[in-house]
Design a protein around this ligand. Structure first.
Ligand code: PEP
Ligand code: MG
Length: 582
C-alpha cells in the first residue's frame, strides 16, 4: 500500500509501525510472546484499581447524595466484571497478542456495537455507563505519564511512529534513537513537533489524513521524508532505491562539512551571520557540528513536560541554560522565554485550536501569571553570569509589554544582586509588532523575526492546518512588505536584527531575505551548510534588485518566477560539489 503526504523532514526510514491515536494517549502494537503475561498483568492491575475507585465513589455518593444515586456505580461495578469487557480484553491479549490498551479498546468497541444492535432501550441507555467504565479502565492502565514515552523503550527498534497528532511536549520526551520516522495525520512544516524532528534528523511525513486507520500496528513501513511517500510492506526494490538516494544526499551533506569553519559570505563579499535554532538542550552538539556562530533561538518551552510552567525549578533551568552557554562558549546563546499556554504551561500546540493560536500565550501569559516567568528570569540572569546570554521574548505585540517585562527583569536583577548586562530582544511574529518595529526597537536590544507566526497571522492561515497548506505563502507580497519594513526600520535605528522562522532554513528564501536587507539568520542546524553554500553563489546586489521587484509582484507565483535566477545561481554552488555532481 502506498500513501502520499507532505514530506516535511527529509530522509528515509524503515521500521515497524507503532500507532498512536488521540494525540498519542492511545497506543497500539503487537506483542512478542514474552510480553503477553506482562500485558495481562497490567490489565488485571487496572481492573483492580478501577474497582477500588468505583467502590470509593459509590460509598461517597451513598453518604452524601443517597443510595438510589449510588446504585449507578454499583451497576458500573457489575459491568466491570462482565465477561465481555475486561475478560474479553484478556482473551484478545492472549489470542491476538496485542497490547492491553488496544485489546481493551477493541472489547469496548465490540460491546458498543452489541448495545447498538440490541433494540433494547435499557441497554442502549447503558452506553454512557459503558464509556464511563471503559474510560476509567483505560486511564488506569497507564496512570502516571504519557504511555508512549515508556512504550518506545520497550519495543523493538526501529519504530515508525504513526500518530494522529503528536504534541510537542510528548515529542520532546520520546527516545528518537528508537523512533526513526514519524507519520502524522495532521501537521505542517512549521508545527513544533515537526520542527523538533527535523532538527533531530528524523524523517517525517505529515498531512496523511487517515494514516492511523490505514496502517496496522506492527506492519513494516517505509517513509520518505523528502518526497512524502509512505509505503506499507515495501518491496525490497523500493527500499533499495530510497537507500541509494539517501546515501547521495548524505554524501552531499558530508561534502558541505568542509565549509563548517568558514564564515558565511556572499559572492560579492557581504558577511552574513548564521546561527542555529535548538529545541532540546542535549542536542547542542548538532549546533556545534554544523558550525553555527551561536544559538539564535532556544525554544525553552520544550523544557516543559505539560505539567505546568512553574513545575520546572529555577535550579533545573539554571543548569540547562548554563550547560548551553558552556557548550557554546564563547558564542552567544539566545534563550526565548516560554512560548507557552498560560493554563498548563504546555508548549503552544499549533493546530490545537483557536484558543492556542490566539490565546493568552508568550509574553502575555508571562505577564498575567508571572510566577513561572519570574522563576525563569531568575534562572536566566544567574546563567548569564557564565557567558553571553540573550533573552528573547515571544509574541510581543507592543512596546508597553516590553517596558513591563524590563521592569520585572530589573526587579529580579536587584533581588539577585547582579549587574551583568543581558540583552533583551523581541520576537517580531505578529503584524502589530512588524508594523511598530520603530517603537519596539527603542525598548529592545535586538529583534528576531519569527516568520512562522508572522505568515500565519498576516495571511490568516493556521500554520498547521494541512487543508490550508496552499495558502501558507512565505512569498506573499503582504509578508514581503512587512519583512522589508522591519529590515528598514531596524537598520535606521541600528537595532540588531535576525530571522529565526523556518524561512531562514531555505537557501533560496535566505537569498530573497538578503535582498530585502537581512544579514543574520538562525535555522535548524542541519540547514546551515546548504544555506552557507548557497550564499557563496549569491550576489547581494542582484538579490536586492529581485527583492525590489518581488515587493511589487501581484502573486506569490510571480515572486517564485522572479527568484528563479537566484535559485539557479545558488544551486550552481551545489552542483559544483564533488559528491552531488557524481
Ligand atoms: C516563528 O514564529 O517563526 C518562531 C520562530 O517561533 P515558533 O516557531 O516557535 O512559533
Ligand atoms: Mg512563533
Amino acid at each position: 500500500m502506498r500513501l502520499r503526504g507532505r514530506g516535511v523532514a527529509p530522509g528515509l526510514a524503515v521500521g515497524r509501525a507503532l500507532v498512536a491515536v488521540r494525540e498519542a494517549r492511545q497506543v497500539r502494537y503487537r506483542l512478542a510472546s514474552s510480553g503477553v503475561d506482562r500485558e495481562r498483568q497490567r490489565l488485571r492491575a487496572a481492573r483492580d484499581r478501577t474497582r477500588r475507585e468505583l467502590e470509593e465513589i459509590s460509598a461517597r455518593v451513598s453518604r452524601t447524595v443517597g443510595s438510589a444515586q449510588a446504585a449507578i456505580f454499583a451497576a458500573q461495578l457489575l459491568m466491570l466484571d462482565d465477561p465481555l469487557l475486561a475478560r474479553r480484553a484478556d482473551e484478545l491479549i492472549r489470542t491476538e497478542r496485542i497490547n492491553a490498551d488496544w485489546a481493551l479498546e477493541r472489547a469496548i468497541q465490540e460491546l458498543h456495537e452489541l448495545f447498538a444492535r440490541e433494540g433494547d432501550t435499557w441497554l442502549r441507555e447503558r452506553v454512557g455507563d459503558l464509556s464511563d467504565v471503559g474510560g476509567r479502565l483505560q486511564r488506569s492502565l497507564r496512570p502516571a505519564r504519557d504511555p508512549l514515552i515508556d512504550l518506545v523503550q520497550e519495543l523493538e527498534a526501529p519504530i515508525i511512529l504513526i500518530a494522529d497528532e503528536l504534541s510537542p511536549s510528548v515529542a520532546a520526551q520520546l527516545d528518537w534513537t528508537r523512533v526513526q520516522g514519524l507519520v502524522s495525520d495532521v501537521g505542517g512544516p512549521t508545527h513544533h513537533t515537526v520542527i523538533l524532528v527535523r532538527s533531530l534528523g528524523i524523517p517525517a511525513v505529515v498531512g496523511l489524513g487517515g494514516a492511523t486507520g490505514l496502517i496496522a500496528p506492527g506492519q513494516l513501513t517505509a517513509i520518505n521524508g523528502t518526497t512524502g511517500e509512505v509505503v506499507v510492506d515495501p518491496p525490497d526494490v523500493v527500499v533499495e532505491q530510497w537507500r541509494r538516494q539517501a546515501e547521495i544526499a548524505a554524501a552531499a551533506t558530508l561534502a558541505l562539512g568542509e565549509l563548517r569553519d568558514q564564515p558565511a559570505v556572499t559572492a560579492d563579499g557581504v558577511r552574513i551571520t548564521l546561527e542555529a535554532n535548538l529545541e532540546i538542550a542535549d542536542e547542542v552538539h548538532r549546533v556545534l557540528d554544523a558550525g553555527a556562530e551561536g544559538i539564535g533561538l532556544y525554544r525553552s518551552e520544550f523544557l516543559l513536560d505539560g505539567s505546568g510552567g512553574q513545575a520546572i525549578s529555577e535550579e533545573t533551568q539554571f543548569r540547562t541554560y548554563r550547560g548551553l552557554l558552556d557548550a557554546m562558549h564563547p558564542r552567544p546563546v539566545t534563550i526565548r522565554t516560554f512560548d507557552a499556554d498560560e493554563v498548563q504551561g504546555v508548549p503552544v500546540m499549533r493546530g490545537g485550536g483557536r484558543r492556542d493560536v490566539f490565546g493568552l500565550r508568550g509574553i502575555r501569559a508571562a505577564l498575567h501569571h508571572d510566577d513561572g516567568f519570574r522563576t525563569q528570569i531568575r534562572a536566566l540572569l544567574r546563567a548569564a553570569e557564565h557567558g553571553p546570554l540573550r533573552i528573547l521574548l515571544p509574541f510581543v505585540t507592543s512596546d508597553e509589554e516590553l517596558r513591563q517585562v524590563r521592569g520585572l527583569i530589573d526587579e529580579a536583577r536587584r533581588s539577585l544582586g547582579t549587574a551583568t548586562p543581558v540583552p533583551i530582544g523581541a520576537m517580531i511574529e505578529v503584524p502589530a509588532a512588524a508594523l511598530t518595529v520603530d517603537q519596539l526597537a527603542r525598548h529592545a536590544d535586538f529583534l528576531s523575526v519569527g516568520t512562522n507566526d508572522l505568515i500565519q497571522y498576516t495571511l490568516a492561515v493556521d500554520r498547521t492546518d494541512e487543508r490550508l497548506a496552499g495558502h501558507y505563502e512565505p512569498t506573499a507580497s503582504a509578508v514581503l512588505r512587512l519583512l522589508r519594513g522591519i529590515a528598514v526600520a531596524a537598520r535606521r535605528l541600528r537595532c540588531p536584527l535576525s530571522v529565526c522562522g523556518e524561512m531562514a532554513g531555505d537557501p533560496v528564501l535566505v537569498g530573497l531575505l538578503t535582498g530585502l536587507g537581512f544579514r543574520s539568520f538562525s535555522m535548524a542546524p542541519a540547514a546551515i551548510p546548504a544555506v552557507k553554500q548557497g550564499l557563496r553563489y549569491l550576489d547581494s546586489r542582484a538579490a536586492a534588485v529581485v527583492a525590489r521587484k518581488a515587493l511589487r509582484a501581484s502573486s506569490a507565483d510571480e515572486v517564485q518566477a522572479l527568484i528563479a535566477p537566484l535559485a539557479a545561481a545558488m544551486a550552481a554552488g551545489h552542483a559544483r560539489l564533488p559528491a552531488a555532481s557524481g
